[in-house]
Ligand binder design. Structure first.
Ligand code: ATP
Ligand code: MG
Length: 223
C-alpha cells in the first residue's frame, strides 16, 4: 500500500501517518523530519535547508527530491509507505511519478486532509516537542503532567521556530500558492480521498478508516 497524506501544515498528517504506518506495517516518510535530521546533523543539505525551514518557505527541490526518492526505493519501503509532506509542488509530484514508474510502482491513494484555518493555527501554535526524545505535546490537547517537561524522559520541551505565529502565516500562504494545486492533480488521476480533520483525533481516525475501507472495496470491485 502506497499512500500520500496531503494537506496544509498542522492539519495532523504526521500524527495520523505515524499511527497508520504502525498499524499497517508500512514506512512513514516525513520529508520535514528527514530535513530536520539533516539540519541537526549539519550535513551539507541540512546547512542549506535551515534558513528556508525556519522562515516557513519550501526548501529548493534539489535538496529534498533525491532524499525522498532514495527512501522510496529502499528495502524498508518494499511493503509500502505513507508520504507525509511530499510532494509539495507540481515539479515534486512529477519527480515522484517518474521515480515510481521506473520501479513499476504507483500511488494507491492520496488522502487530502482539510481543516479550517482557525483549527490549524490552534494546532500548530500549541505544539511543543521534547528536546531529547522528540515526543510531541500540545498546550491545550495533550499537555505534559509537569509544565514544559517531557513525561517520557523528563527533558525540556521546545517550540519549532517555524511554529511561531508569524511563520505559521507564511507556511499557510506557501501552501495555498504551491501545494494546494496538487489536490486537483491527484483528483484528475482519480485517486483522491478527502479527510475532514476539524474534529478530534478519534473522529479523524474514523474518517481515515472509512477512506482505507473504500480503498479495499474499490480493489475488490476491480477483480
Ligand atoms: P506540520 O509538520 O506542522 O504538519 P508541515 O507539514 O508544514 O507542518 P513539515 O512537513 O515538517 O511541516 O515541513 C517543515 C518544513 O520543511 C517546511 O516548511 C519546508 O521548509 C520543509 N519541507 C518539508 N518537506 C518539503 C518538501 N517536500 N519540499 C520543500 N520543502 C519541504
Ligand atoms: Mg508534519
Amino acid at each position: 500500500m502506497r499512500l500520500i497524506f496531503h494537506g496544509p501544515p498542522g492539519v495532523g498528517k504526521g500524527t495520523q501517518a505515524g499511527r497508520i504506518s504502525l498499524e499497517e506495517n508500512i514506512n512513514h516518510i516525513s520529508s520535514g523530519d528527514l530535513l530536520r535530521v539533516a539540519v541537526d546533523a549539519k550535513t551539507e543539505i541540512g546547512l542549506k535547508a535551515k534558513k528556508y525551514i525556519e522562515n516557513g518557505l519550501l526548501v529548493p527541490d534539489e535538496l529534498i527530491v533525491n532524499i525522498v526518492a532514495d527512501k522510496i526505493n529502499s528495502a524498508e519501503c518494499e511493503k509500502g509507505f505513507i508520504l507525509d509532506g511530499f510532494p509539495r509542488n507540481l515539479s515534486q509530484a512529477r519527480v515522484l511519478d517518474s521515480t515510481l514508474e521506473k520501479a513499476g510502482k504507483k500511488i494507491d491513494r492520496v488522502f487530502s486532509f482539510t481543516a479550517s484555518e482557525e483549527v490549524i493555527i490552534t494546532r500548530i501554535s500549541g505544539r511543543r516537542i521534547c528536546k531529547s526524545c522528540g515526543a510531541h505535546y500540545h498546550e491545550i490537547f495533550s499537555s505534559p503532567l509537569k509544565e514544559n517537561t517531557c513525561d517520557k524522559c523528563g527533558s525540556e520541551l521546545f517550540q519549532r521556530k517555524d511554529d511561531y505565529p508569524e511563520t505559521i502565516k507564511v507556511r499557510l500562504k506557501v501552501y495555498k500558492e504551491q501545494t494546494e494545486t496538487l489536490i486537483d492533480y491527484y483528483n484528475k488521476k482519480g485517486i483522491l480521498v478527502e479527510i475532514n480533520c476539524n474534529g478530534d483525533k478519534k473522529e479523524i481516525q474514523e474518517n481515515i478508516l472509512a477512506g482505507l475501507q473504500s480503498m479495499s472495496e474499490g480493489k475488490r470491485d476491480m477483480e
